[in-house]
Design a protein around this ligand. Structure first.
Ligand code: ADP
Length: 169
């Protein structure tokens, strides 16, 4: 594995993290888009230091919403959840980093915004579970599954942010 930059400088912060790099699928739900919270939500992940590798505005169709939320099919709120997610455009994102899945869930906060801590996205910006403005994958496996579900090959960008050496030693 390459452990040198193109200039031959050793970059241990890049090498050390390679094994643990995860992907998470983050989505600004239709209420977040309608309420003009897209920039605010993207900004929180950006400022934390994670790497954006996919981003698009997208009108989700019913079949995709049903596949995404298939584990919740038996829940009473499932039909209204599908209506909600397909009710307007969503912003689909993939963020990468060491520990990004669990960290993103912390940044997002509890499912019920009234129980979400202040400082979290839901704690600061939402009041109801059925309008909780953002989605984040709940495991690294689901991060991969959801990324493959929402993004086509070629829609993701592999790149090295200029700030990388200033984020990890
Ligand atoms: P999370 O999004 O925090 O991972 P879940 O996977 O449990 O939470 O649920 C997925 C989504 O389904 C929630 O974000 C929310 O939009 C919706 N949902 C969950 N529970 C309810 C509920 N009791 N009433 C209405 N919508 C709900």
């Amino acid at each position: 594995r390459a452990n040198k930059s193109t200039h031959g400088i050793f970059l241990p912060h890049l090498v050390a993290s390679l094994e643990q790099v995860e992907q998470t699928y983050i989505m600004v739900k239709p209420d977040g888009v309608q309420r003009g919270l897209v920039g605010e939500i993207i900004s929180r992940f950006e400022r934390k230091g994670f790497k954006l590798t996919g981003l698009k505005l997208f009108q989700c169709h019913k079949e995709l919403a049903e596949e995404h939320y298939k584990d919740l099919k038996t829940k009473s709120f499932y039909p209204t959840l599908i209506d909600y997610i397909t009710s307007g455009p969503v912003v689909c994102m993939v963020w990468e980093g060491v520990g990004v899945v669990a960290s993103a869930r912390k940044l997002i906060g509890s499912t019920n915004p009234l129980q979400a801590e202040p400082g979290t996205i839901r704690g600061d910006l939402a009041v109801q579970t059925g309008r909780n403005v953002v989605h984040g994958s709940d495991s690294p496996e689901n991060g991969k599954r959801e990324t493959a579900l929402w993004f086509k090959e070629g829609e993701l960008c592999e790149w090295t942010p200029a700030q990388a050496p200033w984020l990890m030693e």
